[in-house]
Design a protein around this ligand. Structure first.
Ligand SMILES: C=C(C(=O)O)c1ccccc1
Length: 373
């Protein structure tokens, strides 16, 4: 029987175990440049089978929060090289989550103070995180977006391709396309945010077109075995909504099946909230989603996330409902989470007040068991 603690090869990437550090925004990279503190944070957690970095914007247009690290300047790429080298020296594997926030942004973060971009000019009832002049951080209402011209879409697809190549050149073992949580790609998918009347809006096929263009471009550039994707079928995060998630995401995974991707990452329920959250008139069927993916020829590893504890994770893998389990808050507070889960030892509680912004406190100062007297 397969165990959560068994090795697994996902695409081209060999992992020591099936415990994944989920992407976690921490807002600790001023100037969008990864720094030595970031390298220490990731190195401390290198015993994870796989680290997925925090969301990392592919361009300034794709940035929606202050002090998140980018993937689009030479300084940032040099900073990421520090991180990947540190994680690899510690024996870990790491992929970068490639992010375009779309409408979940603020004019003060956009090129030339312009409007954020989106499939349609529909404001997100959501907040983003800005740094004030005195250095303090605060959440602020997102700005009203402008609708992307159809002619702009190829340029954004090229931005994803370029960033994927840069990620591999910076030492990452692969990339995860952020197609979840109400950001740009998810904004195209969901009818609540996509009101387009061209061939990128309306039908499910049209709303998924942009996602597949991004996936195809990245796979062509770096190979399917180093390419993964995160989706969140029913999350309400960032004002995401679609009344028919089952047919929508069935179409998505059937389309993803054409590439032998490294993994498919599924957020079950509301991100950071109830696992049984639903949109539309019936509960989402995750097992039916995976069955549809496999029926379409999909072979990628299946990664699950949201609210898993030790028991749920062990059972999900042993019962074949998942190949890998991603943990967020538990990895914030437990750099040695793998050992703690393996030995069923006590877990440090995460400090919510230091999740976003700041320095070492609540970031690199959580103790590993070996350091506890
Ligand atoms: C990248 C994020 C996501 O995927 O929800 C995020 C951004 C800001 C705060 C928490 C999470």
């Amino acid at each position: 029987m397969t165990s959560l603690f068994d090795p697994i090869k996902i695409g081209d990437i060999q992992l020591a175990n099936r415990i994944v550090m989920a992407p976690l925004t921490r807002n600790r990279s001023p100037g969008a440049v990864p720094n030595t503190l970031n390298a220490t944070y990731y190195e401390q957690r290198a015993s994870a089978g796989l680290i997925i970095t925090e969301g990392t914007p592919i361009t300034q247009q794709g940035q929606g929060y202050a002090d998140v690290p980018g993937l689009y300047t030479p300084e940032a790429l040099a900073g990421w090289r520090q991180v990947t080298d540190a994680v690899h020296r510690a024996g870990g594997k790491i992929v970068v989550q490639m992010w375009h926030v779309g409408r979940v942004s603020h004019e003060s973060l956009q090129p030339n103070g312009g409007k954020p971009v989106a499939p349609s000019a529909v404001i997100a009832k959501s907040k983003t995180y800005l740094i004030n002049a005195d250095g303090s951080g605060a959440f602020a209402e997102t700005s009203e977006p402008r609708a992307l011209d159809r002619a702009e879409l190829a340029g954004i697809v090229e931005d994803y391709r370029r960033a994927a190549r840069a990620a591999i050149d910076a030492g990452f073992d692969g990339i995860e396309i952020h197609a979840a949580n109400g950001y740009l790609i998810d904004q195209f998918l969901r009818s609540g945010s996509n009101k387009r009347t061209d061939d990128y809006g309306g039908s499910i096929e049209n709303r998924a077109r942009f996602l597949f263009a991004v996936v195809d471009a990245i796979v062509a550039e770096i190979g399917a075995g180093r390419t993964a994707i995160r989706i969140s079928p029913v999350t309400p995060a960032n004002d995401a909504f679609d009344p028919e998630p089952q047919p929508l995401f069935t179409h998505v995974v059937e389309g993803l099946a054409k590439h032998d991707l490294a993994y498919i990452h599924i957020i079950e329920g509301a991100t950071g909230g109830p696992r049984d959250h639903q949109q539309g008139d019936k509960p989402f069927d995750y097992e039916a989603l995976r069955a549809a993916y496999k029926a379409a020829g999909g072979k990628a590893a299946w990664m699950v996330n949201n609210g898993y504890n030790r028991e749920l994770a062990i059972d999900a893998v042993e019962e074949g409902r998942a190949d890998l389990v991603a943990f967020g808050k538990l990895f914030i507070a437990n750099p040695d989470l793998v050992d703690r889960l393996k030995n069923d030892t006590a877990l440090n509680p995460p400090d919510k007040d230091t999740f976003y912004g700041g320095g070492a406190r609540g970031y690199t100062d959580y103790p590993a068991l070996e350091n506890v007297a």
